[in-house]
Structures are given as structure tokens and as C-alpha cells.
Write a protein that binds this ligand. Structure first.
Ligand SMILES: *[C@@H]1O[C@H](CO)[C@@H](O)[C@H](O)[C@H]1NC(C)=O
Ligand SMILES: *[C@@H]1O[C@H](CO)[C@@H](O)[C@H](O)[C@H]1NC(C)=O
Length: 249
């Protein structure tokens, strides 16, 4: 588990007239799983400007504008109110963080993995395969490529990003020139899995064979049929590949 910098926010909008906004924000900020560095912040804002803030580490209000300083002086005279706010670190922040942690942390969620051919190469241009893992938790994941079961070291790129909903996704790309008959695999290792997940991809051998057939049997009716099937297949493949790209970005 990585010590996430969590922000639990509760915003209360208490009035708007002709585009003016007064808002208060309650924030609980911490970095350690044991919640030892928890801070409770209560900010008062007018439009975009924060003019007054209570920070539980400081223990009193601090004003940031002339008016804010006056508010701070007033609030700081109210010892009962200050005591109540200081207690929010435990009552509001730690209490809620414990609930979130038990609901979210330590709950590993399995990645959905798929493999897509981003660019189909030929004898001069390399192929580009992408392995994608979606909707997993926690963030740590290992993606590797295998050629006939052996780990490939020159992986082109690998990136990880948050989905924005506690889950993560990760993509890894491999540029390579396929050898006929070999198997390229993407291997994914994650704490939610009992063992590595391996997805195989085989170079389309038949395409090289077709080229050869077309050359030797030009004019032959079966070759014409071959071209039609190959074209239809290519269009289908293109559509599929483009769909995948849309889905991924
Ligand atoms: C709260 O106050 C402490 C001590 O001054 C400071 O280190 C911390 O950055 C403050 N937190 C925020 C969010 O302003
Ligand atoms: C891979 O999975 C994602 C998410 O489930 C999906 O949107 C995408 O279409 C899939 N791609 C392929 C090639 O199956």
C-alpha cells in the first residue's frame, strides 16, 4: 500500500447572490496508513480567496485578509469552539479515514487484461502490440513481454494512470518484427492474482503465404476471391483496431 495523500473534502456552500460565493471547506489530510500525521483544516472562502483558516496543528484560527484577521481574533476567544474543532481530527477525520481504509485499502481488485495490435507491420516495418490492464487496485502492477516464453527486455513504453475512481489502468507497448511460428505473450503480475496472467498473440503466418500465392497464380479465379477475402478481412481488422484505439484513449 502506498502512503496516499488523501483528501477528504466536505464543502458547504452557504449562499450565493449575483455570483458571489461564500464557502467553507473541511479537509482531512494525511500521508501515513496509520493516520498518525492527520491534520484537520477548516477554510473559509469568499469567491476564490481563502480569508480564514483553522489548522488543527496550529490549534487556532489564522486570518489572511484584514477582515479575516478580525474574524480570527473573535473565534480564538471562543475556547469551547476551538476545543470542538481540535477534536475533529479524531472524531471526523480519523473516524472517516478508518471507514474509507477498510472499504478501499487492502482490497485488491483484479485487472482486466487485453492485447491489441496497434500497428500491423510488414517485412520492413515492425509490428506494435499493446497490452492493457484496466480497473485494478492497488496501483502496483508488473507488465512484461515474452517471446516463446522468454522475457523481452526492450519494452518500448509502459505507463500507469489513475482512472479517477480509485482504480488504475496501465498500458505497455512492444515494437517487434515477428518470426513465423513464434508466440508473443503479455504477462501481468498483480497482488490480486494468485499467479501471473499470460495472454498470447501469434503472428498471422497465413498472410505471408497469401502474398506468395497471389504472385504465382495471378489471373486465377481463386486468387481474385483471395484478394476479396483479404480486403474484407483487412477492412474488418482496421475497423476493429480503430475501435480499440478509441476505447483505450
Ligand atoms: C497546518 O499547519 C502546519 C503547522 O504550521 C503546517 O505544517 C501545515 O502545512 C498546515 N497545513 C495546511 C494544509 O495548511
Ligand atoms: C480491452 O478492454 C477494455 C476495457 O474492458 C475495452 O474497452 C476494450 O475494448 C478492450 N479491447 C479489446 C481489444 O478487447
Amino acid at each position: 500500500m502506498s502512503p496516499a495523500n488523501l483528501l477528504l473534502m466536505l464543502s458547504v456552500f452557504t449562499g450565493a447572490a449575483d455570483g458571489y460565493y461564500f464557502s467553507t471547506w473541511s479537509q482531512c489530510i494525511y500521508s501515513y496508513p496509520d493516520l498518525s500525521d492527520m491534520v484537520f483544516i477548516l477554510s473559509f472562502n469568499f469567491n476564490k480567496w481563502m480569508f480564514l483558516q483553522f489548522n488543527s496543528t496550529v490549534g487556532i484560527f489564522v486570518g489572511y485578509t484584514e477582515q479575516g484577521v478580525k474574524f480570527a481574533e473573535n473565534f480564538n476567544k471562543n475556547e469551547a469552539y476551538l476545543q470542538q474543532l481540535r477534536a475533529e481530527v479524531d472524531i471526523f477525520c480519523r473516524h472517516n479515514a478508518e471507514i474509507y481504509e477498510s472499504a478501499v485499502f487492502d482490497k485488491a481488485v483484479m485487472p482486466k487484461v487485453n492485447l491489441s495490435l496497434v500497428q500491423k507491420g510488414d517485412s520492413r516495418h515492425p509490428y506494435l502490440l499493446r497490452c492493457s490492464a484496466y480497473d485494478f487496485y492497488p496501483q502496483q502492477i508488473k507488465m512484461s513481454w515474452l517471446r516463446d516464453g522468454r522475457v523481452v527486455s526492450d519494452v518500448t513504453s509502459s505507463e500507469q494512470m489513475p482512472n479517477g475512481d480509485w482504480y488504475y489502468q496501465s498500458h505497455s507497448e512492444l515494437v517487434f518484427s515477428p518470426k513465423s511460428g513464434e508466440t508473443i505473450s503479455c504477462m501481468v503480475e498483480h497482488s490480486s492474482l494468485t499467479g501471473p496472467v499470460v495472454i498470447d498473440w501469434k503472428p498471422p503466418v497465413h498472410e505471408f503465404e497469401w502474398d506468395f500465392q497471389l504472385l504465382s497464380a495471378a489471373g486465377d479465379a481463386s486468387a481474385v476471391l483471395g484478394i476479396i477475402i483479404a480486403t474484407a478481412g483487412y477492412i474488418y481488422y482496421k475497423t476493429k483496431t480503430e475501435k480499440n484505439l478509441v476505447a483505450i484513449y
